[in-house]
Design a protein around this ligand. Structure first.
Ligand code: PLP
Length: 455
């Protein structure tokens, strides 16, 4: 296996032999035939064998303004030429980080005007929890450390973020056992399949949330973290009024409310930030990543209320006043330049308005598949949707047969030139936000055909 042999291998072969992928299926390690994507334009990607696919995953929920946008690429190039990197630590910064901090403060709800940059969604989630801990420690309440998350949540893949995630499969062998992370029940309510009215479901959820808080002791709880709509959990939508009621419980118990908008922010639900615009709540902290740069560069950000930032600064232990959290690449200048150009494109093209226009059509077209014999449920909101697959006669959920079915649906879609994301028994769809109604028709038609072929 000398250099000549290695050079003769294709990218597909090299990848199969040498790369351990995130979320790799280890049963196929070395045997898999990875899809190596070489090019991308608009809402389509092309693999090394020249096949083109409509990308209904949006990269990984993140490519929002589409591929090949010159505005973003030119901004990244210009920043790399001017100054590719300098440390963000202490009191040093870069122009793009300063500009982006100010722009995010303008776009965010309420007084969430202080921005702590990170490198991705997971590091932003971790940093948000650290901010909550630091805040209470600074106020002389270091025992307020427990975190409330929810079953079915997904908050990332670093150790703490994985511990906050609420599906066992996301945490297997990777979660803390020290007892300060608690998972409240999944709030999901599907009016199509539930026998309980939404209002009754909501009342029961909030009662049980309050009971759990009382059992842990509010004096021990720092924060509650919630995605507006659970994305990777399967596009799980809470009953109307849930976030407002949960925020009210948090306020009454001096618990910080962290809104994880890594997926639901930056236009996917038709707004830059969805907590206030779509759910009527102004959280204490918002976490964003993914669509922040439309996936062109890795970047995460934690938006913190001025009230919290000021309390941190005013009450920090004067012998140890440093917020010791951050990464070499926090707020990387080239990533911040990409984010600024992305925001400009989103505003100039009114991408949020476009999502509010085509989003309901996307959901309606997919919901036409609800009566298919292999579909247990279809859920969606604007440009995020999920089909739950079920073999006829099989129980609902991620049984081995239902998972195999979702894999078959995925394979048929791929063969027909459409990329969807299979996860357990789910097919998740989150296309770039610039999809047209024509693209949506193609997504719906190929998905319907794939279901027919998977029987
Ligand atoms: N939070 C949510 C809601 C997510 O969906 C994800 C990733 O899918 C993350 C956090 C973690 O983001 P990243 O993969 O950039 O670390």
């Amino acid at each position: 296996s000398g250099p000549a042999a290695a050079a003769a291998e294709t990218a597909v072969e090299k990848d199969a032999r040498h790369v351990l992928h995130p979320w790799a299926d280890l049963s196929a390690l070395g045997e898999q035939k990875p899809l190596v994507v070489r090019g991308a334009e608009g809402v389509r990607v092309t693999d090394t064998e020249g096949r083109t696919y409509l990308d209904a995953i949006g990269g990984m929920w993140c490519v929002t303004v589409g591929y090949g946008r010159r505005e973003l690429i030119d901004a990244m190039r210009a920043q790399a030429l001017k100054m590719p990197y300098y440390t963000p630590f202490g009191d040093v910064s870069s122009e793009p980080a300063a500009e982006l901090g100010a722009r995010l403060a303008e776009l965010s709800p309420g007084d969430l005007n202080r921005v702590h940059f990170t490198t991705c969604g997971s590091t932003a989630v971790e940093s948000a929890v650290r901010i909550a801990h630091f805040h209470f420690a600074a106020r002389g309440r270091p025992e307020k450390k427990h975190v409330l998350s929810r079953v079915d949540a997904y908050h990332g893949s670093t150790y703490l973020a994985a511990s906050l995630s609420g599906k066992a499969a996301d945490r297997t062998t990777f979660h803390y056992e020290d007892g300060w992370v608690h998972h409240l029940e999944s709030p999901a309510h599907d009016p199509d399949t539930s026998s309980v009215p939404a209002a009754d479901h909501l009342a029961a959820l909030i009662d049980r949330m309050e009971a759990e808080i009382a059992a842990i002791g509010p004096e021990n709880i720092a924060c509650f973290i919630a995605e507006p709509i659970m994305a990777s959990g399967g596009v799980l939508i809470p009953p109307p009024g849930y976030h407002e009621a949960a925020l009210d419980v948090c306020r009454r118990n001096d618990i910080l409310y962290i809104s994880d908008e890594v997926v639901c922010g930056f236009g996917r639900l038709g707004h830059f930030f969805s907590s206030e615009a779509a759910f009527g709540v102004v959280p204490d902290i918002i976490v964003t990543a993914k669509g922040l740069t439309s996936g062109y560069q890795p970047l995460g950000a934690v938006l913190v209320s001025e009230r919290i930032a000021e309390a941190m600064a005013a009450a920090a232990d004067r012998s140890k006043p440093v917020f010791s959290n951050g990464f070499t690449y926090s707020g990387h200048p080239v990533a911040c330049a990409a984010a600024l150009a992305n925001i400009e494109v989103m505003v100039a093209d009114d991408v949020c308005g476009h999502v509010r226009d085509v989003g309901p059509y996307f959901v309606r077209r997919l919901r036409e598949l609800r009566d298919h014999p292999l579909v247990a449920a279809v859920r969606g909101d604007h440009l995020m949707a999920c089909l739950e697959c079920r073999v006829p006669g099989e129980e609902d959920g991620p049984t081995a047969r239902n998972q195999a079915l979702a894999q078959r649906v995925d394979r048929h879609c791929e063969e027909a030139g459409l990329l969807v994301r299979p996860f357990e028994n789910l097919c998740i769809l989150s296309p770039p936000l610039v999809v047209t109604k024509g693209d949506i028709d193609r997504i719906a038609t190929i998905t319907a055909d794939a279901l027919d072929a998977a029987e």
